[in-house]
Write a protein that binds this ligand. Structure first.
Ligand SMILES: [Zn+2]
Length: 75
């Protein structure tokens, strides 16, 4: 689980300031969407200053929803 959490964190930081939905994240990571959501929960608990769920538009598929968002420290 730790490996997936780190992978997801790195991916979100690399994508910044763009945000992808869980479906797009899942296909990009080669994981099931439920697994990405579980991983996101762990990531948010671990680094709640940096990661949160916010209402956004996915840059990949344009879906609007509650997406996992990375907030750059100090911005
Ligand atoms: Zn998407």
């Amino acid at each position: 689980m730790k490996v997936e959490v780190d992978r997801l964190a790195l991916l979100l930081q690399a994508d910044y300031p763009y945000t992808y939905c869980f479906s797009c994240l899942a296909s990009r990571m080669g994981m099931a969407q439920t697994a990405v959501r579980d991983t996101a929960q762990v990531l948010i608990l671990r680094d709640h200053q940096l990661f949160a769920v916010r209402r956004r538009v996915c840059i990949g598929c344009r879906a609007v929803g509650d997406l996992l968002v990375y907030s750059k420290p100090g911005s």
